[in-house]
Design a protein around this ligand. Structure first.
Ligand SMILES: *Cc1c(COP(=O)(O)O)cnc(C)c1O
Length: 517
């Protein structure tokens, strides 16, 4: 449960005001221990400083020389600086300014701001009348301490904690867009595209509306349409094959290789026909396929390669970044992906100037200048607001990639003797978009974990050749034994860069109990 701290509670703790600070201190510790956040309202800063100063003044011992106003002010600011350092600032929004009809504008602001934190958050306050006015929203430190500790369910992917680290930059970036008003292809888009291209190590980065649109734009730019075949895998998210159908071409599936869940390179050649126009391998769960071998084979047949790097952004193979090793690389910024925005989004990468220009045109209705459309395109642009979100996240991404790899390795270390664990192929780093194990009795284990508050997910319970939409391709069960076996065995565990060791231990110990029985 998140707590917004009223001025009185903040000052109690900050100045160690007796006897109140004892309960207040404990309440704050309890909140953090239970995984909650402590918030201070940015609109209250001046009052907070004023009240702290007053409290310091009143608490002077009568026999000691009274400090100057300047000294008191400095002392108050120093105390507040330390106290607020590990709290979260809740922004004051425009809608919290028109509070003059209220009997108590300051309380009204706090209650309105609190509502933004969701129905579970409470205002922690010693103000009795305020608590009577809003019995559902306000708690005293004593009342909060008396509450039972709720059993905290783990999150499969925690999107909130990473936000804590970027809140100030995020809000600044979003507000900048609100004020300059260039919502479509605003300056943040060009800034982000340059940063992404540099990160991936290619000449051209192009943001788009989703990781599905990016694949479709890549195929269209390569001129792939009716009559063409595109090779991909049957064990992936629907998008990888959906886009092939959307441009009028035919997906041709090649089985996966069980250790990496990625395309089995040794089986590609047999699937190539005169109609084959591209190879679209997926870097599944966060590690790259064997692009050295795939590129060599594609070059022999004169085929372009599109890496579906939706799950592997940040991963490397022999030191080269995912997205930057094939004719075109495509990624997704769906919130749960390694680099996620707060909505839909994606990006394309290439070193080919001509393809970059075509993809840029297709993204905006096939136009190369205003009212001139030589190509069939789409409305596939990324939002400027989402670009601002990613610009705030990008400086933290390297640290997140490192955390993902460390957390994944720790899972493997503890689990490798008890169930199938993901193998990191030689030359690869893994970003664990999913940490996926293999189990014979997946449903029983998933249910047992769920009962202990540990969420799991199955990616993917059904292969693409079994999906009704692809029935007309004529594949049958048995055609792709490794993909089919994976779809029956895989189970993904909670995985995100903020997963703490104690939380990971909770997963591991719960899992070790189920695997024993
Ligand atoms: C998520 C995903 C996509 C599609 O990305 P969206 O941004 O959701 O459209 C494509 N391929 C794979 C492998 C994915 O995991």
């Amino acid at each position: 449960m998140d707590l917004l701290l009223d001025i009185n509670v903040a000052v109690d703790v900050c100045t160690k005001r007796s006897p109140f600070y004892l309960d207040a201190d404990l309440a704050l510790a309890k909140c953090l221990y239970e995984g909650g956040r402590l918030w201070l309202y940015a609109g209250s800063v001046q009052t907070l400083e004023y009240v702290t100063r007053q409290e310091l003044k009143q608490s002077q011992r009568p026999d000691s020389p009274s400090p100057s106003a300047k000294q008191l002010s400095r002392q108050a600011r120093n105390l507040l600086k330390v106290f607020t350092a590990d709290k979260h600032w809740l922004a004051a929004l425009a809608g919290e300014g028109d509070v003059f009809d209220s009997e108590d504008p300051e309380d009204e602001q706090l209650i309105r701001a609190l509502a933004r934190l969701g129905p579970d958050a409470r205002l922690l306050s010693r103000d009795g009348p305020l608590a009577e006015c809003y019995p559902e929203r306000v708690l005293s430190p004593a009342a909060y301490l008396a509450m039972d500790r709720p059993r905290r369910a783990l999150e499969f992917i925690d999107l909130k904690t990473p936000q804590d680290a970027i809140r100030a930059d995020l809000e600044r970036g979003i507000h900048r867009v609100l004020h300059h008003g260039q919502y479509i292809l605003g300056p943040e888009i060009a800034e982000l595209e340059a940063a992404l291209a540099e990160y991936v190590g290619v000449q051209h980065g192009l943001t788009v509306a989703s990781g599905t649109d990016s694949l479709e734009i890549a195929l269209r730019a390569l001129g792939i349409g009716p009559g063409a075949e595109v090779i991909t895998v049957p064990f992936t998210w629907i998008s990888s094959a959906e886009v092939i159908g959307l441009v009028g071409a035919t997906p041709v599936f090649v089985d996966i290789e069980p250790a990496s869940f990625n395309i089995d390179v040794t089986r590609i050649e047999a699937a190539i026909t005169p109609r084959t126009k591209a190879i679209l391998p997926v870097s599944l769960f966060g590690q790259m396929a064997d692009y050295g071998a795939i590129n060599a084979l594609a070059a022999r047949h004169g085929l372009p390669v599109i890496e579906d790097a939706a799950q592997s952004f940040g991963a490397t193979r022999h030191g080269r970044r995912s997205g930057g090793v094939t004719t075109i690389g495509s990624t997704s910024f769906f919130p749960a992906k390694p680099l996620g925005c707060y909505g839909d989004g994606g990006a394309l990468f290439t070193d080919d100037d001509g393809l970059a220009e075509k993809m840029r045109a297709i993204r905006t209705h096939g136009g190369i200048r205003r009212h001139h459309h030589p190509l069939l395109g789409m409305n596939g642009r990324f939002d400027t607001l989402q670009a601002a979100v990613l610009l705030a996240k990008l400086p933290h991404f390297a640290g997140e990639v490192e955390a993902r790899s460390r957390i994944g390795a720790r899972y493997t270390e503890q689990l490798q003797d008890r169930c199938g664990t993901p193998s990191v192929m030689p030359g690869n780093t893994h970003v664990y978009a999913q940490y996926t194990i293999r189990l014979a009795e997946r449903e029983r284990v998933a249910d047992a974990l769920k009962a202990q508050g540990i969420p799991t997910a199955v990616y993917y319970p059904k292969c693409l050749h079994e999906q009704p939409v692809f029935a007309e391709l004529g594949y049958r069960w048995g055609d792709f034994p490794e993909a089919e076996r994976a779809s029956c065995e895989v189970l993904s565990l909670p995985m995100h860069p903020g997963l703490t060791e104690p939380d990971q231990d909770r997963v591991l110990s719960a899992l070790s109990v189920c695997l024993k029985t």
